[in-house]
Design a protein around this ligand. Structure first.
Ligand code: MTE
Ligand code: MO
Length: 244
């Protein structure tokens, strides 16, 4: 059964996907461990599997690439340079909608940090590159009553938040690249947030909206008890901390 079929048959698709996935595991793990060049395919497979199986089974699968693919919804529309839009609005003087080319034309910043999920997995030294969130906020002109940022995603469900001070840090990116390649669909492309000093759940994938609000509106996981400030252990928590 192809992915396209599963999307048309959401009720019946998940069990089939789960069985197919477990079947592939036996053959897959050893093969991938012995053949690092297949990793890309394995990651794509995990991405596809998590799309077909939002119940989280993929969260327990080993992934030699380090990343585990997360989506709280079963399928996310694909966006490209023609269809992608990022809205910056809320308590700002100059609301604006950016295309992917608009974002590419702005100064880009590259950061290399360890990525950590609250589940315990870590991927060392992962490069992210994109536009400083603070540049977009400056361009929009945050009004004095603006105190926080609310992020929305084109999966239609996931949300995140930052205080304005956190958002203005020089290690908060609207990322266009991850691992020195355009952010893939599975990783939240074409544009995702990269909140470097925080747990990876703060880095909203499939970013579609940046709204300035007068207070923090807790994001998706935070409604389930995750810390609204997702600071990593040892992070310099100052609002204006340097991205050293
Ligand atoms: N839109 C959206 N963003 C999201 C998530 C999600 O489910 N949906 N999961 C978060 C969590 S818990 C993690 S660990 C990372 C995973 O990113 P990855 O799939 O690129 O590894 O994305 C974060 N951003
Ligand atoms: Mo996560």
């Amino acid at each position: 059964m192809t992915m396209a079929d599963q999307e048309n048959l959401p009720e019946r698709g998940a069990p089939v996907a789960r069985r197919a996935m477990l079947g592939m595991l036996g053959a897959g793990v050893a093969g991938v461990a012995a053949a690092p060049w297949l990793q890309r395919g394995w990651e794509n497979f995990l991405g596809a599997a998590s799309q077909a199986d939002p119940t989280g089974l993929t969260g327990v699968l080993p992934n030699p690439g380090g990343f585990r693919y997360y989506s709280v919804v079963g399928s996310v529309p694909r966006k490209d340079a023609r269809t992608y839009r990022l809205k910056v609005n809320g308590l700002v003087d100059r609301p604006r909608t950016y295309t992917l080319d608009d974002l590419r034309a702005l100064p880009q910043k590259r950061l290399v940090r360890d990525v950590l999920c609250t589940d315990g997995w870590r991927v060392a030294d992962t490069p992210f590159e994109g536009v400083l969130l603070s540049d977009l906020l400056d361009a929009a002109g945050v009004r004095p009553e603006g105190k926080a940022i609310y992020f929305t995603c084109f999966d239609g469900v996931y949300t995140e938040s930052l205080t304005l001070d956190q958002a203005r840090r020089p290690d908060m990116l609207v990322a266009l690249k991850m691992q020195d390649k355009p952010v893939s669909h599975e990783h939240g492309g074409p544009v995702r947030l990269y909140a470097a000093p925080m747990y990876f759940y703060k880095s909203a994938k499939w970013l579609s909206g940046i709204t300035v609000t007068d207070e923090v509106i807790p994001g998706y996981w935070e409604e389930y008890g995750y810390d609204v400030d997702g600071w990593l252990d040892g992070a310099d928590r100052r609002g204006d901390a340097q991205a050293a």
